[in-house]
Write a protein that binds this ligand. Sequence first.
Ligand SMILES: [Mn+2]
Length: 240
Amino acid sequence: MRILVLSDIHANLEALDAVLDAAPAVDATWVAGDIVGYGPEPDEVVERLRERGVTAVRGNHDAAAVGGDEIDYFNEDARRAMLWTRGVISDRTRAWLTALPERVEREGFTLAHGSPRDPIWEYVTTTPVARASFDAMTTSHGVIGHTHRPAAYLNDDGVMSLMTPAEGSQLTFGARRVLLNAGSVGQPRDGIATASWMVLDTVLGTADWRRTAYDIASVQAAMRRVALPSFLRDRLAYGG
Ligand SMILES: [Mn+2]
């Protein structure tokens, strides 16, 4: 089965559409949370994902958007953007986001936003945390998001390693257990401004990381029109 893996779209419709145009034909699309927040087009992004029939999980921003107290832990810019998001999303978007589970299992993978152990908040950035994630899963493999950086944690019979995939790199994980992060579609933070995404082949045991350019200036203009914080607009240009 071939799967398009997306994460941290953050209401960036320009980036999402560029990725969907560039993506190959797949059997399914998985979204590892943070569908809204930061960006200017939450309703349109949710509608796109609804049309596509994606399998998605809830991120901290999705939880905050439907009224969760996650907003209390946001920094000032994220909080301002979230208050705006809460005010503009439709009832239809709110209902779709509310129905998202924190964790789902498909094709031998656990899909969660932060980590399988703590799906809303935990950042997987080190091999000890990745090991705890493997221990918290009943599946062999996992797909996560939240850090906005592409990554692969390999568990080869208890020996942990981290791979930081460059653009266009492929990993053949085969029999090894793996925890995969596609990076962020709508707000990359690895110093590269293009949208980051991944294609997973569950039969071949491969993951391919891709990057796609999109019209960043157009998103920044849309953010300016609705007065989203300047820091959030600026960071799109440098992927920081
Ligand atoms: Mn995020």
